[in-house]
Design a protein around this ligand. Structure first.
Ligand code: FAD
Ligand code: FES
Length: 255
């Protein structure tokens, strides 16, 4: 099967994870390649757009995605009923294959690839998950812990876990653990704050970023990471923090 070709997939389950996120289990009608950590699929809804979604799980050929509604396509996807059909292409991007102990720092739907990574790394992975309040956290910790990963939650209002941001909590964890890799996914402002704090400590950070993905196969150039020659769909979505700095500053509204 050519990776760029579209396969029809049936929505088997649509489960509420938190006030803001749904977990969908998709069953492709033809076999698709097993995703690597941090890879993503293009999900097409008839009559709407095709949008990138990280692999949040893979089991018996079924693909799990975690959807946070943002615009028309993600809103409709989050509300899709079991039995409905979507189009799937992928997996795309370069697998991020960390060795040793990994610290993952996530905000919002940025936690999706860590749910899959937890399945692959088990107790080698610690995830710091940041949200505004308990209602946004929901069952995210259970999804990560199901595969043996360690989970620490930070909420800005202190309604569950540590009171503060994921960046504050990650800095505390780094002080007590010595991970071999630190990788983060979430809103640009969070990634910038984390990158700056870790740079001051001399800790290398890898970040998963979002640019505009269209073809997914390196043909259209729409996913170029601004200021670099890198294509997200081929070389990403995980990059060294310093390569993403210009894009993150722009996406966070700093420039
Ligand atoms: C590699 C990657 C993995 C992602 N994984 C997830 C995930 O696991 N769960 C999740 O909920 N979201 C994920 N996203 C974000 C998701 O793709 C966007 O929220 C979605 O495309 C928005 O589409 P929309 O039509 O609902 O909203 P729109 O109103 O069309 O867009 C809302 C915002 O989403 C972004 N966006 C729109 N279209 C695209 C596109 N084709 N490519 C990239 N960004 C776009 C833009 O910043 C836009 O301003 C991922 C994005 C990337 C690049
Ligand atoms: S999405 Fe077309 S080159 Fe990456």
């Amino acid at each position: 099967m050519v990776r760029g070709s579209m396969i029809a997939a049936r929505v088997l389950e649509n489960v509420t994870v938190s006030e803001t996120m749904r977990l969908l289990v998709l069953e492709p009608m033809e076999p698709m390649d097993t995703p690597g950590p941090m890879q993503f699929y293009m999900v097409w809804l008839p009559g709407l757009e095709e949008v990138p979604m990280s692999a949040a799980g893979y089991e018996d050929g079924r693909i799990h995605i975690l959807v946070k509604p943002r615009g028309p396509t993600t809103r409709t996807l989050a509300g899709s009923r079991p039995g409905s059909l979507v189009g799937l292409r992928g997996p795309f991007g370069r697998p991020f294959q960390p060795r040793g102990r990994v610290l993952g720092i996530a905000g919002g739907s940025g936690v999706a690839p860590f749910i899959y990574m937890a399945r692959l790394l088990g107790p080698r992975l610690t995830v710091v998950y940041g949200a505004r309040a308990a209602s946004e956290v929901g069952s995210v910790p259970r999804l990560l812990e199901a595969h043996g990963a360690h989970v620490l939650v930070a909420t800005e209002d202190g309604s569950v876990g540590y009171r503060g941001t994921s960046v504050d909590l990650a800095l505390e964890v780094l002080g007590s653990e010595g991970p071999d890799h630190v990788v983060a996914a979430g809103p640009p402002a969070m990634l910038l704050a984390l990158g700056r704090a870790l740079e001051a400590l001399g800790v290398e950070l890898w970040v998963s970023v979002e640019t505009m993905v269209k073809c997914g196969v390196g043909a259209c150039g729409s996913c170029t990471l601004p200021g670099t020659p890198f294509l997200l769909c081929l070389e990403g979505p995980v990059f060294r923090y310093r390569d993403t700095l210009g894009w993150l500053r722009e996406a966070a509204g700093e420039v």
